[in-house]
Design a protein. Structure first.
Lengths: 149, 106
């Protein structure tokens, strides 16, 4: 499951490398949410690296306090907060729309949807993430090559 | 499982997770530049990864169409439409999540 984060790092290799001492921390804090939020930053954004570092840091703090609080309060709250986890889905949908409006080429987005549904059917719910990412990356690499020629 | 067993499995998990995240950085460390192709791939990957993550969040829909599938579908529509309309992240996340929780509670 966690191997998907290898793909997240791909987007930021060059950029993180120039972040010096903060590099290991950036690697350490690379999660779905951090990646998603950092993706919304504009390339030209001023102080981009500082923002990315802060995003990563706060995301990590929220994770830790959230996990601890969740464990403690979860046992105290009498009613179920069923469905609260949908906010993650909502975040991803919003960033997907953002990316869609920002990019001229929609092939990566469409491929992502199509391939992951296909892999979901073939590999099942527990094991479709890695094959999906590998396939999508492979196809994207391949189509890139053809465009150059 | 014993406490030591739990601690060891947490440690193993942490090491594997960190190495997986660090893999691209180890491969292209220092002077070694990443090949241009991979750089370009990194630029287009975000939208593809978001698509995969959305599908990941919705993967349990087919298991229960009326109980999970339909509520999620409606909630995603609420998020997408409200975002297209207002372009406000907070409003869209809140309205979508509240909508989903309400449908589940009904």
């Amino acid at each position: 499951m966690n191997s998907r984060q290898t793909f997240y790092s791909l987007t930021y290799v060059e950029e993180f490398k120039s972040m010096g001492r903060r590099l290991p921390y950036m690697i350490h804090t690379m999660t779905d949410e951090t990646y998603a939020v950092n993706c919304t930053l504009e390339k030209s954004q001023e102080g981009r690296k500082d923002i990315m570092f802060l995003v990563a840091h706060f995301s990590r703090c929220y994770w830790m306090t959230g996990a601890v609080l969740g464990g403690v309060i979860g046992q105290l709250i009498p009613f179920e907060l069923e469905g609260i986890d949908f906010c993650m889905t909502a975040l991803f949908v919003i960033i997907f729309i953002d990316q869609w409006e920002k990019n001229k080429r929609h092939l990566p987005a469409l491929l992502g949807l199509f391939i992951s549904v296909l892999c979901l059917i073939i590999f099942g719910t527990d094991r479709f993430m890695l094959p999906s990412l590998l396939l999508v990356s492979g196809i994207l690499l391949f189509t890139q090559k053809e465009e150059k020629e | 499982m014993s406490t030591a067993g739990i601690l060891i499995s947490i440690l193993i998990g942490a090491v594997i997770t960190f190495s997986l995240r660090a893999l691209p950085f180890l491969l292209f460390h220092g002077e070694r530049k990443m090949p241009e192709k991979l750089t370009k791939l990194g630029e287009v990957l975000p939208s593809a990864i978001m698509a995969v993550l959305i599908i990941y969040c919705l993967k349990d829909m087919p298991s229960d169409w009326t109980g999970i599938g339909l509520p999620k579908l409606i909630a995603v529509a609420v998020v997408a439409l409200s975002y297209k309309w207002k372009h406000n992240t907070l409003i869209s996340i809140l309205s979508g999540t509240v909508c989903y929780m309400l449908i589940l509670a009904l």
